[in-house]
Design a protein around this ligand. Structure first.
Ligand code: ADP
Ligand code: ASP
Ligand code: MG
Length: 417
């Protein structure tokens, strides 16, 4: 069995959905499970709905209407018959969403976020599944929340692998075309959870692991994994083959083409991951598999924008040692703040962090009781794997370097533009 993941960019409009069908007709689709994301930037649009909901803003209805209009426009282009049952299903999903918004009593932001944002993938897969059926591709629409079980950490849920394995083994027909949602799961009380932004790649890996799939392919708007993010670097070139280790390092430091959590389950069972272009499905793309000898020789450039550089120093000139450091990390863990670079001296400690859940203010207040705290907002973290002199000069050009760290394979720079 194969697992294919199609992200938001691949189904951003009616042409995109038609192209996904074309990709399947080109590469084959029997015994396949498709994991599909919300269409285009729907998750961002639903985040606006959530923001307006919590702010009790007058914009709430307008932002919801925008999400509806976008999907009905795609529906109208794909089906020229408003009597088609897809309209009934999509109307129902929107009615459920509106009912939730009207009747919710929970003040828990993360819980409410997951209940609302999940409609993006539910509606997207409903449209794709009906469209494929209308085009003669029989398929099973699966509600992923009946398969991927998690704890109750809303917005960053942790998978319960045993239950998930059981449900997938029992419930997925291996001899059919299955369509399900990425990014979502459900907690023990069956409330919707999400696996973290951009988490659909991870969903594909979860299914592949539990199904012992022969491979996972994530279909992207780029030819594969490049040696640099083409949005920020010119002349990026394709990496034909990389090891799991290289891929996990690239993803961890910000190569957003693969979600970092995707690699571990695949690596455990040595399931190959292909990153391919949905524009040119016959091209080989990048293959990620076992083997240290697959490390790319070219320098790889990765950038994470919008990071925070936090520096702590002791108030009384005492050393920042194990005890302090473990306390600092416990707080970072508690506030779900991710660390991507650490540097320390005798009495100071600097970390480059990402505050995905807007908890930095709370963290700062606690740390200020014990340390002198300084920080730079909005810095960029550049990581160059397999760097050389030319590569580091290229990145340092025109930037103020706040921290520079060199290890055998990796050069990292925290910069202010
Ligand atoms: P999806 O549609 O699956 O959500 P994404 O937009 O998350 O896809 O991922 C694809 C994007 O990742 C590309 O358009 C590209 O801008 C970006 N990207 C970042 N780093 C890399 C890299 N090293 N190689 C290829 N693409 C990269
Ligand atoms: N739709 C979700 C997001 O945009 C998950 C994904 O696309 O991977 O974050
Ligand atoms: Mg994405």
């Amino acid at each position: 069995m194969k697992v294919y993941k199609f992200g938001g960019a691949s189904v951003k409009d009616a042409k995109g959905v038609q192209n996904v069908l074309h990709v399947l007709q080109t590469v084959g689709y029997t015994d396949t499970l498709l994991v599909i994301s919300a269409m285009g930037k729907t998750t961002n649009a639903l985040e606006m709905v959530i923001k307006h909901y919590f702010e009790k803003s007058n914009e709430l209805n307008a932002s919801l209407l925008e999400v509806k209009k976008y999907h009905y426009q795609i529906l109208d282009e794909l089906f020229n018959n408003e009597e088609h049952e897809v309209y009934f299903d999509v109307n129902n999903h929107f009615a459920d969403l509106e009912y939730f918004i009207r009747s919710n009593k929970s003040p828990n932001y993360n819980f409410v976020y997951d209940q609302i944002v999940s409609y993006g993938e539910i509606i997207s897969t409903t449209i794709v599944s009906h469209y494929f059926k209308a085009q003669g591709l029989t398929n099973n629409w699966l509600d992923v929340r009946n398969f991927v079980k998690t704890d109750t950490t809303y917005r960053d849920a942790v998978v319960d692998w045993n239950t998930t394995q059981e449900l997938i083994t029992k419930g997925v027909n291996r001899n059919a075309l299955n369509i399900t949602q990425g990014f979502l799961g459900s907690d023990p009380n069956s409330f919707t959870t999400t696996l973290g932004r951009e988490g659909s790649d991870y969903t594909a890996a979860i299914f592949a692991y539990c199904l012992d799939a022969e491979s996972v392919t994530i279909w992207k708007d780029v030819p594969g994994v490049l040696n640099a993010d083409p949005r920020y670097f010119e002349n990026a070139t394709l990496l034909h083959q990389i090891s799991y280790r290289e891929a996990i390092e690239l993803a961890f430091y910000g190569a957003t083409v693969i979600h970092p959590k995707t690699l571990q389950p695949l690596q455990k069972k040595e399931i190959p991951l292909y990153v391919k272009s949905f524009v040119n499905p016959m091209l080989a793309g990048t293959s990620v598999s076992k083997g240290a000898d697959l490390e790319p020789q070219t320098s790889c450039f990765i950038v994470k924008k919008n990071q925070l550089l936090l520096s702590l120093s002791s108030l009384d000139f005492s050393f920042i040692m194990e005890e302090n450091i473990s306390e600092i990390f416990a707080l970072l863990h508690q506030f779900k703040i991710k660390v991507s670079l650490i540097q320390n001296t005798a009495i100071s400690f600097s970390i480059c962090i990402e505050d995905k859940f807007t908890n930095f203010e709370a963290l700062k207040t606690i740390l200020s009781q014990k340390f002198s705290v300084s920080y730079n907002e909005n810095v960029s973290l550049y990581t160059i794997r397999h760097f050389d002199k030319a590569a580091s000069e290229l990145v340092e050009k025109d930037k103020t370097v706040l921290v520079k760290q060199i290890s055998r394979e990796t050069l990292q720079l925290v910069t202010k533009e």
